[in-house]
Design a protein around this ligand. Structure first.
Ligand code: HEC
Length: 185
């Protein structure tokens, strides 16, 4: 019994101390006990690459499908997505498959399924080429995005893709999604 009281007293002191420590911790978790260091803007920048559907956070730069078509070969995209992006070991990025009528069985592609054009940019920039993600410049990503959107007949030939034009591209299935928590967007 005595031991138990002693232990709980020690626990109370520990809680009191740690609560006090957190209250004094003005700069974030643990800075007053010498742990970690504040993160700087330049540390965050390479990780802050999420593009919202309305184009928020799109970087400067631009590109066209003509440039993108060359990059698609030069950067090795053809090895997995086939000549002209129409299908290879890892699926097509340029297709004309209808979604309607086949329900859940339909092959979902960028053209028939993706809800926003800016996701094409976001995805290529963060994940492709598969063996070497984050190696493309922003201009190259705009050009590859233009190539894929133009190949899918979602933009007129020659359209320059940049932070202004890309969010204006309307994807065919844009209204096919139900936003569960619209007020959180
Ligand atoms: C080594 C193979 C490989 C290479 C090279 C490659 N990809 Fe991919 N790509 C994949 C795989 C695998 C996926 C599916 C990834 C997933 O679903 O998470 C994919 C998915 C994609 C998608 C999404 C397709 C969809 O319908 O969901 C796009 C867009 C894309 N790649 C573009 C590119 C571009 C542009 C390049 C060249 C810069 C490239 N890929 C190079 C393997 C590759």
């Amino acid at each position: 019994m005595f031991m138990l009281e002693k232990i709980s007293f020690a626990a109370c002191v520990a809680v009191a101390l740690s609560t006090g420590a957190l209250a004094d911790d003005k700069n974030g978790l643990g800075s007053n006990v010498g742990l970690g260091q504040p993160i700087t803007e330049s540390d965050i920048k390479p990780w802050d690459i999420t593009i919202l559907p309305d184009g928020t956070n799109l970087p400067p730069g631009s590109g066209t499908a003509v440039v993108g078509a060359k990059l698609f070969t030069d950067k090795g995209c053809v090895a997995c997505h086939g000549e002209g992006g129409t299908g290879g070991a890892n699926g097509a990025v340029i297709t004309d498959i209808p979604l309607a009528g086949r329900g859940i069985e339909a092959t979902k592609t960028i053209k028939n399924f993706w809800g926003s054009s800016t996701t094409v940019f976001d995805f290529i920039r963060r994940a492709m080429p598969w063996p070497a993600p984050r190696t493309l410049s922003d201009d190259e990503v705009y050009a590859l995005t233009a190539f894929i959107l133009e190949g899918n007949k979602l933009i007129p030939p020659g359209t320059v893709m940049d932070a202004k034009s890309l969010p204006q591209v309307k994807m065919p299935n844009k209204d096919g999604f139900i936003i569960r928590f619209p007020d959180r967007i």
